[in-house]
Design a protein around this ligand. Structure first.
Ligand code: FAD
Ligand code: ZN
Length: 474
């Protein structure tokens, strides 16, 4: 009599010989995330290549109560993709086919493991635009973008990932495949189920494919860097330029002087394009059609605000290379912070108009806890979203500084709540914020989240312990 197969053997059979690994060297890079904050362990890495294989694997997981964490590009910043409890790890990197591009309908059907950069490129090859843009786009996958409802630098114009997804294919914990790849901008035929999975961080199902919305590619893209004395001036500049260009801004990113210094110190090929240092900068992008005269419009708008004293200096990129140079400054802030040493980070949002007051109140509150810390608050001012970050007083590793993360985070998040904001603007909850979420969301909202989780994953096998706080028993 043959003994029954182990769960792991059944899972391996479900995905075929190329679809798994137990080689520690192959698994290692999947166990640690970009910031080195979370380290996990697993006995089995699954690498399914088809939706049917994902479904077969989940059927076994559900039946046997085997817990599973889904991972895309492993660029998530809240530990959601790391198997912290020794779960089986499912990597989507072999679900990497571009299924169909509909040029006239401007839609693109892709599998979850395709990188964001590859999606952008495919759209560009057809003269179209997929506007989601993140500094991690070379590695981050569409599945990960959708699971985290990623934001990035073009939300101001095009919205979060949620606004860019028309259809989804999802494998539920039970192995059932929800085929919802409809390419319809308008579809009110009952609950919009795909929206539940967007931003669910791997807790409700495994996303295997999506139908994305594409846009006309703007022929005129104008990029500028403006020096401003304060966040309040930056906010006024936002209003002035939106009015001046008739709402054509596609990015409006704030950064402080220290960010400029760290980037030019640590990132090769970068330089400060302005002649005098400024306390704050804004990276501005406007985009429109060939005949929109956008460069002239942005330049005259900037000339007006320079003359009015709102902006002390500004440079408008005169070539694609110059524009890329300006974007390189913005996109390397996180990398430069990392190379400088330890930093404590927050991904918060408040109503756009409250950004200056929030910075004025929260920055000294953190400095009272972390004397000498160096604020590097930057981000998507046009969306009310700041990466409210602090580097340690001196360069290099500083474990005692990082040990204060939780204490500092609570002070910051309490203040965010006071301002009517969110403790996670774009990175999600994952492992990092799940314990503190009950402090900031009502019982009623949390109960509704738990009810949804229970309906889709009654055995709690998908990304357990992440994103959905357990009920506290007193
Ligand atoms: P992973 O890190 O692998 O996973 C993230 C979460 O999604 C996990 O909970 C995981 O379980 C789940 N998941 C992944 N794939 C699937 C799937 N197919 N089905 C179900 N669940 C899945 N984020 C922003 O929003 N805006 C930014 O501007 C931004 N900038 C960044 C810059 C840098 C330098 C880095 C390192 C990260 C940045 N991020 C940003 C965070 C990160 O890139 C995004 O969260 C991204 O969407 C994650 O994609 P991923 O494929 O790497 O997902
Ligand atoms: Zn961001």
């Amino acid at each position: 009599m043959t003994s029954p197969k182990s769960v792991d053997d059944r899972l391996k059979d479900a995905v075929g010989p190329k679809g798994f690994s137990q080689d520690p060297a192959e698994i290692a890079p999947h166990l640690e995330e970009w910031r080195g904050k979370y380290k996990g362990h697993t006995r089995l890495l699954l690498k399914p290549a088809t939706t049917a294989e994902v479904s077969a694997a989940l059927r076994i997981c559900q039946e046997t109560g085997t817990r599973l964490v889904t991972q895309g590009g492993n660029t998530g910043l809240v530990g959601g993709q790391i198997p912290l409890g020794g779960e089986v790890l499912l990597s989507t990197h072999r679900l990497n086919r571009i299924r169909h591009l509909d040029e006239s309908g401007m839609t693109l059907a892709v599998e979850a493991g395709v990188t964001l950069a590859a999606v952008q490129q495919r759209a560009a090859d057809h003269g179209l635009l997929f506007p989601l843009s993140l500094a991690s786009e070379g590695s981050a996958t569409l599945g990960g973008n959708i699971a985290t409802n990623a934001g990035g630098t073009h939300v101001l114009r095009y919205g979060m990932t949620r606004a860019l997804v028309l259809g989804l294919e999802v494998v539920l914990a039970s192995g059932v495949v929800l085929e919802m790849m409809r390419a319809l901008p308008k579809d009110n035929s009952g609950y919009d189920l795909k929206q539940l999975f967007i931003g669910s961080e791997g807790t409700l199902g495994v996303i295997t494919a999506a139908t994305l919305r594409l846009f006309p590619r703007p022929d005129a893209v104008v990029t500028a860097l403006a020096a401003v004395p304060s966040p309040a001036a930056a906010l006024k500049l936002l209003g002035a330029l939106q009015a001046h260009t008739g709402g054509m801004l596609s990015a409006f990113e704030l950064m402080p002087r220290l960010a400029m210094e760290l980037i030019t110190r640590h990132v090769e090929g970068t330089r400060d394009p302005l002649s005098a240092p400024s306390p704050w900068y804004v990276l501005i992008e406007a985009s429109g059609g060939r005949d929109s005269n956008l460069a002239a419009s942005l330049e005259s708008g900037l000339a007006d605000v320079v003359a009015g004293g709102l902006v002390s200096d500004a440079v408008v990129a005169s070539s694609a290379a110059q524009a890329a140079g300006l974007w390189k400054l913005r996109e390397n802030i996180s990398e430069a912070q990392k190379r400088e040493g330890a930093s404590i980070k927050h991904d918060i949002s408040v109503p756009v108009a409250a950004i200056p007051d929030f910075l004025a109140k929260a920055t000294p509150a953190v400095l009272a806890l972390l004397p000498g810390a160096r604020p590097v608050s930057f981000g998507h001012l046009g969306d009310g979203n700041l990466h409210f970050n602090f580097n340690s007083p001196a360069a290099g590793d500083d474990p005692s500084f990082l040990a204060q993360w939780d204490e500092v985070q609570q002070v910051v998040h309490d203040m965010v709540k006071e301002f009517g904001g969110s403790i996670s603007a774009e990175h999600g909850i994952g492992a990092m914020k799940v314990a503190s979420l009950p402090r900031y969301k009502s019982h009623e909202e949390l109960d509704a989240m738990r009810a949804i989780k229970h309906a889709f994953d009654p055995k709690n096998i998908l990304n357990p312990g992440k994103t959905v706080p357990p009920v506290l028993r007193l």
